[in-house]
Design a protein around this ligand. Structure first.
Ligand SMILES: Cc1cc2nc3c(=O)[nH]c(=O)nc-3n(C[C@H](O)[C@H](O)[C@H](O)COP(=O)(O)OP(=O)(O)OC[C@H]3O[C@@H](n4cnc5c(N)ncnc54)[C@H](O)[C@@H]3O)c2cc1C
Length: 417
């Protein structure tokens, strides 16, 4: 018999497992709603091993900016974010390149680059103030039993003074626990995995030239290399390379790393002069076999984990969170009913398919070094540079790939009052 047996269960409408970028955003979107919400997160904000709010930076598109404005967290994020006003895309060793400016598109910026830790701090501050949210951190979920009427599980606090597990009954469980989601497994949902045989090396670097809001994407033989502008004038490097090369890069001292970066990227961003600590992330495409199951819904990386080449993973997951909040916060009945989950799933399908397909084909098209393919890429980049409609299309990428747009992303409150 479980240690939690006999205790009165905590009854909630929605239990969110995982309070990283996407789960915390969903909780923030449900803050102040009539729903009773539980958020269980295994690693506290600020801990060295927090996997979502780590040393990375995230490029947020304009739809994400609007969602965060609606959640009341944007002011805290933008205070330490850099605007992307120019995007420069090139193919190493080839002549084609494209340059897009926000001004030409009639927009203020293509997006904003913010530190994951800053986004986490803004979101979690909002969660602490909401009376309808119960937060369990650090804690994990165990003994999950999913039935037609409800999901039952126990929450185990990870604190030193071990307490008896807390029984919970939820009408809906949201898996927001990342690419290796335990909740997805508990719900019996499989996943398709494709290994890109690439590792993303991430580091912040400084150069002797101002970034002027320019984001660079350079496709190289080993994988794409992105340079993003940062608030403090430095740049975030996201360099996808073969695992053996990544291991070499990690082993180099700062000067050796900067020399390799300079050689691979060229001189468009000036001379690289300083590098902060380097981190690495293996890159895989993960797609859950189904977006929903009985009283369970998957969002963010638990549903789809992407290559960072187009900076779309979180932007997509945030739209998942915004749409889920809208569907359940505006429903009068059971938030875990099959009809509601099917509606969420149908409304998100096109955007999810579009972003996953776009990102995957970008990795494959630019990863193919055969001559004909390279020439086609050059042509593509040149045409892209010359034809304004194509540029407009890229500028719209940040808004989503179709299907209904969440109310928050349209500047409206979550609830239709
Ligand atoms: C190098 C790199 C750069 C990227 N850059 C961008 C970018 O510029 N723009 C963009 O849009 N996306 C970017 N992404 C993608 C983005 O980081 C992910 O899409 C995002 O982290 C997904 O958030 P998530 O909350 O779904 O999952 P995660 O970030 O994985 O968070 C999962 C959370 O769940 C918690 N958790 C896990 N298991 C449990 C459990 N059993 N119980 C309780 N809690 C649990 C974890 O501690 C964590 O807090 C990038 C990714 C990489 C690798």
């Amino acid at each position: 018999m479980s240690a939690a047996a006999g205790r009165t269960p905590l009854e909630v409408d929605v239990a969110i497992v995982g309070g990283g970028l996407v789960g915390a955003s969903l909780a923030a979107a449900l803050a102040g709603s009539p729903l009773r919400v539980l958020l269980v997160e295994s690693v506290p904000l600020g801990a060295g091993d927090q996997p979502s709010f780590d040393e990375r930076t995230t490029a947020l598109g304009n739809a994400s900016r609007r969602i965060f404005e609606g959640l009341g967290v944007w002011a805290a994020i933008v205070a330490e974010a850099a605007a992307i006003r120019v995007i420069h895309v090139s193919d190493a060793g080839r002549f084609g390149f494209a340059r897009l400016t926000a001004a030409e598109q009639g927009i203020e910026a293509f997006g904003y680059v913010a530190a994951n830790r800053r986004i986490g701090a803004a979101l979690w501050e909002r969660l602490g103030a909401a009376a309808n949210l119960a937060l369990r951190v650090p804690a994990r979920v165990q003994n999950v039993a999913i039935a037609r009427e409800a999901v039952r599980f126990e929450v185990v606090a990870e604190s030193a003074a071990a307490m008896a597990p807390e029984p919970v009954v939820a009408r809906l469980v949201v898996a927001a626990d990342g690419a290796h989601s335990q909740m997805r497994i508990a719900a019996g949902i499989g996943a398709q995995l494709e290994d890109y045989d690439q590792v993303a090396m991430v580091a912040n670097v400084a150069s002797d030239a101002p970034h002027e809001g320019t984001a660079y994407e350079r496709f190289t033989a080993g994988g794409p290399l992105a340079l993003l502008p940062l608030h403090d004038g430095s740049r975030a490097v996201v360099w996808a390379c073969r695992p053996a090369h990544a291991a070499e890069l990690l082993a180099l001292d700062a000067a050796g790393f900067l020399a390799q970066l300079q050689e691979r990227f060229g001189w468009r961003a000036g001379r690289f002069v300083r590098a902060a600590r380097r981190f690495s992330y293996p890159l895989k495409l993960m797609r859950a076999a189904a977006p929903v199951a009985t009283r369970t819904v998957l969002i963010g990386n638990a549903a789809q984990a992407l290559h960072p080449v187009a900076g779309q993973g979180f932007n997509l997951g945030l739209r998942d969170a915004a749409m889920l909040a809208e569907v359940i916060a505006n429903a009068s009945g059971d938030p875990g009913s099959p009809e509601l989950l099917e509606r969420f799933s149908a409304w998100r399908a096109q955007d999810r398919r579009g972003v996953v397909g776009f990102t995957d084909s970008l990795v494959k098209l630019f990863g193919d070094r055969r001559f004909g393919v390279a020439a086609l890429r050059d042509l593509g980049l040149l045409l892209f540079d010359l034809t304004p409609p194509a540029k407009g299309a890229l500028a719209r990428v940040s808004g989503g790939f179709g299907g209904p747009t969440p109310r928050l992303a349209r500047g409206l409150p979550v609830r239709r009052v």
